[in-house]
Design a binder for this molecule. Structure first.
Ligand code: SF4
Ligand code: SF4
Length: 384
């Protein structure tokens, strides 16, 4: 495994890191197996944005006794309320759930504290002129967090944040599809079909390039999320370039942006960890993504679910990301719903049939996913 310095933090992070979001809902043994394999493969950075208590506890048990081998990226502003993930800007809630994070993870200090998911200008202003930022800065002053970061999908907002000089780290969504998208508007532009027809396609959209260069200039290290666009780039059918990229090409693409130190790959099994870590032994030819990006796009990625659950809370207690993941699995599978998907679906505590079509998730979704329509489809396919 190669290691890179994460900007001004001085931390040496593995080029391939672990995004832990897909561990939520898995049996504890599987969580342990994934973390074990990651550590064995030299992965030393783990992002844990989830606020769900059990997965926090299980990850804490998985890293117990080897804290020195893991650089933890934890989020400030991810709450667990009424049995669901929720984004919060309330400083007391931030404090409560960040203390919960430390307690359940079994750690005194967190290497990187991330201001969670700031995508629009109004939210940026609220956080950066409010108690939430003051709380986060106090954590850094006291050494409870070693570095301060922020997560975002919006290059304009992210650059504003970096230019404050307050951040050490940026957690940003980077993949070749997003990078050709206009960066001068809210995230929904990311999925605008017209953007894919832009003559600028084939080069990085200037606002995004400017963000990466600003990070490099200010020595703000970038950790990367959504490098595979939730798998959409891995199939000819769903890739906006009309041709699939491999995980190695996607990881390499992100690692070749300025200031990027680590690409956090979401893994559910030890085998998926191995597949991500295989990047390290890949050849230059295997990493080369230019052939795919030189082709014209076929269609927009608008409306593709990233399984992030940023759309919660749901009044019907539906885990929208889990339903979406199982729905896509069923839709991609030829010959009907695979039994594993049906089994996982049955085990969910609330199903698509419970959806009351309030559309609150659609308003909260940064990716403009037609959730209600997908819930109807899931109900048809899974029967509840
Ligand atoms: S519907 Fe949107 S917010 Fe919800 S999980 Fe999918 S991409 Fe994320
Ligand atoms: S539309 Fe359905 S899935 Fe979305 S928040 Fe409302 S009840 Fe939940």
């Amino acid at each position: 495994m190669n290691y890179r310095v994460l900007g001004k933090t001085g931390l040496r992070v593995s080029e391939v890191g672990l995004g832990a979001e897909h561990l939520q809902g898995l049996p504890a043994e599987q969580v342990f197996a994934v973390v074990d394999r990651a550590v064995e493969r030299g992965i030393n950075i783990i992002d844990v944005f989830m606020s769900e208590p059990q997965v926090r506890t299980d990850i804490g048990r998985a890293i117990a006794g080897r804290r020195d081998k893991v650089i933890l990226q934890g989020h400030i502003g991810a709450a667990w309320l009424d049995g669901q993930y929720r984004r919060t800007r309330d400083a007391d809630q931030c404090r409560h759930f960040f203390e919960d994070f430390r307690e359940r993870l079994g750690v005194e200090t967190v290497d990187i504290g991330i201001l969670h998911y700031i995508d629009d200008e109004a939210d940026f202003d609220r956080v950066f002129h409010g108690d939430m930022l003051r709380y986060a800065l106090s954590l850094r002053e006291k050494g409870v967090i070693g570095a301060l970061g922020m997560s975002s999908h919006n290059p304009v907002v992210a650059r504003r944040a970096v230019e404050t000089g307050l951040l050490d780290v940026l957690l940003f969504s980077i993949n070749p599809a997003y990078d050709v998208m206009p960066g001068d508007a809210a995230l929904d532009r990311l999925f605008d079909a017209e953007s894919y027809r832009s003559p600028a396609l084939g080069g990085i959209e200037p606002e995004r390039a400017r963000l990466y260069q600003t990070c490099a200039a200010q020595n703000v290290g970038i950790t990367v999320m959504k490098s595979l666009a939730a798998g959409a780039l891995l199939s000819d059918r769903t890739s906006p370039f009309g041709r699939a990229l491999t995980p190695v090409q996607c990881i390499h693409y992100a690692l070749t942006r300025p200031a990027v130190a680590s690409v956090l790959v979401g893994c559910r099994t030890p085998e998926e960890v191995d597949a991500a870590a295989e990047y390290e032994s890949s050849t230059a030819a295997q990493r080369d993504y230019s052939g795919v990006l030189g082709t014209a796009p076929l269609f927009s990625m608008e409306g593709r679910c990233m399984y992030c659950n940023h759309c919660l809370p749901c009044p019907a207690q539906i885990d929208v990301a889990a339903v979406g993941r199982l729905l896509d699995m069923a839709l991609l599978h030829e010959g009907g719903v695979p039994e594993t998907a049906a089994e996982h679906y049955r085990a969910l505590s609330a199903h698509a049939g419970d959806c009351i079509e309030c559309r609150s998730c659609e308003r909260n979704c940064p990716f403009r996913v037609p959730v209600v329509e997908r819930m109807r489809r899931a109900r048809e396919l899974f029967g509840e």
